[in-house]
Design a protein around this ligand. Sequence first.
Ligand code: ADP
Ligand code: ADP
Length: 230
Amino acid sequence: SQIIRAERVEKYYAQPSENRIQVISPTDLAIEAGEIVALLGPSGSGKSTLMRMLTGLSVPSAGEVYWHEKPIATAEVNVSIVFQSFALFPWLTVLENVEAPLKARGMEAGERRKRSMKILDTVGLDGFQAAYPKELSGGMRQRVGFARALVVEPEVLFMDEPFSALDVLTAENLRSELLELWQKKTIPTQSIFIVTHNIEEAVLLADRIIVLGRNPGHIRTDFKVTLSHP
Ligand code: ADP
Ligand code: ADP
């Protein structure tokens, strides 16, 4: 079933002059339950802008985003975002970082703790709950980012260049671990939407790839794709 649908969404920014900067041209897309979608495109092509509109972090200049057929502003949206920069709270421990979104939702302390410890175990952070982010490597920090995003069991897990700040080997390891967990159905989310400029990453992870092309803000549908393993 369909979780998110974007209808003719666009984004432009006003300019001091009369011209405006069109960052996303009118775009339709949908995210179905059960799929990993990659949004692929070069830097500056509008990937983050489009993702932010799908999550409600940014309001389209025109068009509408629907969650379960309801306009996003009135829908009950359970979404998490993992950022390239990890965006952890440096003054909180690993466990406190992961608990934070549950605390914000008013969940009782015992239940919070139980859920957080379970997801820390899933992402390979068992034993690290008392550490502070600055004591961890980049890869471990991003594991905390994943745990904090997943602890709320989001309908869709959004990731904006989640591996781009990591060295190549760490990124490859995390990526294949993520895929393995997804295939074992141990990731508590229905769908994953990953923003990336890395074509290999998109091909490795995604069931479906949406490409933003050389004209900023335009989804490209004019590719000829050759399958080597049809
Ligand atoms: P990507 O994620 O693909 O790198 P972005 O969505 O971050 O692309 O940005 C797309 C384009 O929109 C860029 O040219 C960027 O400079 C521009 N842009 C993003 N936000 C704003 C803003 N608030 N005002 C003006 N231009 C913006
Ligand atoms: P919106 O208007 O979509 O709610 P903002 O205007 O606050 O969102 O900015 C959208 C994103 O683009 C933010 O992450 C912001 O840091 C970034 N941004 C803002 N201005 C620019 C710009 N001129 N060029 C590139 N990125 C920008």
